[in-house]
Design a protein around this ligand. Structure first.
Ligand code: CDP
Ligand code: CDP
Length: 212
């Protein structure tokens, strides 16, 4: 599968990462969680007590990212989530991160997950999946993850945070969250991760027009 680029986009907690990671492992492709780039940028801004909505500050943080930033353990949680979404709305931040994502995918092919992989980063990708699930199911999934980590959180608070972040990601002018015109939409509301993977694999085969 060397050289193949698979774009996996969708709203928060839809199961993009779980699916993309599995596809990459099974197909022998590198995997890139592009959300980490925005999370690490937001985290740098928060560390410097800056405002993630400030374009100059956020763009400087994006340009200064190092591999160590992507490996930090504090890139998740409500503050990091909203800071990521805030910096992600700034065109100069997205521009600073674009070439790095493209170079990653072009080297050996890759499965990349995010919001704009099929629309902006790799519009020519032969396989594009838009993974989604109902807002209630996505909130439940994120809540279960927080429970497993021992982080107490009200389900209603988690649901409100996801809704606010998705609205911000959908409404921004640059690279908004939306399915590419040629993406296959995969609604996983009624599917567990295993069933979602099986359905995705069938879609990949269909898109490539040949067995894998
Ligand atoms: O990357 P994204 O935020 O879209 O979601 P994720 O972190 O991959 O998955 C969120 C949670 O949903 C994980 O705990 C998965 O085990 C679970 N899940 C899933 O990924 N796919 C399903 N079809 C059902 C549940
Ligand atoms: O895992 P989850 O779906 O909650 O979030 P994520 O994929 O790690 O992305 C965090 C935030 O980064 C999103 O809410 C988006 O604002 C932004 N993002 C983006 O704008 N474009 C991408 N390709 C990936 C993430």
């Amino acid at each position: 599968m060397t050289g193949l680029v698979i774009a996996v986009d969708g709203p928060a907690a839809a199961g993009k990462g779980t699916l993309a990671r599995r596809l990459a492992t099974e197909l022998g492709l590198p995997y890139l969680d592009t959300g980490l780039l925005y999370r690490a940028t937001g985290r740098r801004v928060l560390d410097a007590a800056g405002d993630p909505r400030d374009p100059a500050v956020a763009a400087a943080a994006a340009r200064a990212l190092t591999p160590a930033d992507l490996a930090r353990s504090d890139l998740r949680g409500p503050a990091a989530d909203m800071a990521a979404s805030a910096v992600a709305a700034i065109p100069a931040v997205r521009a600073a991160l674009l070439d790095w994502q493209r170079d990653f995918g072009r080297r050996h092919g890759a499965v990349l997950d995010g919001r704009d992989i099929g629309t902006v980063v790799f519009p020519e990708a032969p396989v594009k999946l838009f993974v989604t699930a109902s807002p209630a199911e996505r909130a439940r999934r994120r809540w279960l993850e927080l429970q497993a980590k021992g982080t107490a959180a009200e389900l209603s608070v988690v649901a409100a945070e996801l809704a606010a972040r998705d609205a911000q990601d959908r409404q921004r002018a640059t690279a908004p969250l939306k399915p590419a015109a040629d993406a296959a939409v995969l609604d996983t509301t009624e599917l567990d991760a295993e069933a979602a993977y099986a359905t995705a694999l069938a879609l990949v085969r269909q898109r490539l027009g040949r067995p894998l």
